[in-house]
Design a binder for this molecule. Structure first.
Ligand SMILES: C[S@@+](CC[C@H](N)C(=O)[O-])C[C@H]1O[C@@H](n2cnc3c(N)ncnc32)[C@H](O)[C@@H]1O
Length: 253
């Protein structure tokens, strides 16, 4: 009797092990195929320049390591267009944190001055108070763990980069008039996004572009700031299908 039970138990155990191994093998195969598919996708324009070895190794490494490919290629397409169309002006980013996107933007055109606006100490409490949606769960500690020196060291040692540390828009008060060709607004909240659009739009060169990150239902403040602003300008706002949903507009010529 004990022997029969043992045999039954052993068979069930072996069968369960075989099923688990089979499931694992299918999952690993699927993961392998998916990772192959992801790696083989490039916009044709990028692939063409890659083949001709016209993309710097530095940019290739950045592209490989940045997970939001559509956001990356959107930056790339826009900055390539600015070069092609000779759109003059500096670059700017509002909302820098540790400088990941600032690094991309700078590497895409090192000849332009890049202005970085951030408290480098996280959000202001007053701005958070009015927030709803995802941002309501944030505190002034979020994004406070950064350090300008490290940020600059990671971006070409700070070459051609101007840091405007402090609360935006206060940091613009003593600034001379600067013309911008490319502005990336990645400040998450209603107040800084609203102020950013009000400040940068009149300074944007015709043909210049402003991109705003986090235009989706989770970021209610960001959506509100963009929608209110969009209602006041002649340009159409275009949605970008990157991970968190960006929007952008190109200043009319
Ligand atoms: C999502 S993070 C930026 C992420 C960054 N672009 C990256 O590539 O990792 C948002 C940043 O906006 C900054 N920020 C938000 N409101 C601000 C304000 N009024 N003035 C200055 N910086 C602000 C925060 O300090 C934070 O570093």
């Amino acid at each position: 009797m004990v022997t029969i039970l043992n045999i039954t138990y052993n068979s069930i155990f072996h069968f369960a092990t075989a099923v688990l191994i089979a499931i694992l093998a299918v999952l690993m195969f699927r993961y392998f195929i998916l990772s192959l598919k992801e790696k083989s996708y490039y916009p044709e324009q990028w692939a063409n320049l890659l083949r001709k070895k016209k993309i710097s190794t530095e940019l290739i490494i950045i592209e490989e390591n940045y997970d939001d490919k559509i956001r990356f290629y959107n930056f790339w397409f826009q900055i390539e267009r600015l070069k092609r169309e000779n759109i003059s002006g500096d670059f700017a980013e509002l909302g820098v944190y540790k400088g990941e996107t600032a690094h991309i933007i700078h590497t895409l055109d090192k000849s332009r001055k890049l202005h970085l606006f951030d408290t480098f100490e996280g959000f202001k409490k007053e701005d958070l108070k009015e927030e709803t949606g995802e941002a309501a769960s944030y505190s002034s500690k979020n994004f406070a763990d950064t350090d300008i020196k490290k940020v600059l060291a990671n971006i070409d040692g700070g070459n051609n980069i101007i840091v405007h540390k402090g609360y935006f828009p206060d940091t613009t008060k003593d600034l001379e008039i600067i013309k911008y060709a490319f502005v990336n607004i990645d400040a998450d909240l209603y107040n800084p996004i609203k102020e950013g659009l009000n400040y940068f739009y009149p300074l944007l060169s015709p043909g210049g572009v402003i991109i705003i990150h986090d235009y989706n239902h989770k970021w209610e403040g960001a959506v509100k700031a963009v929608n209110e602003f969009a209602a006041k300008i002649p340009e159409n706002i275009i949605e970008v299908a990157d991970k968190n949903g960006s929007v952008m507009f190109i200043r009319n010529k």
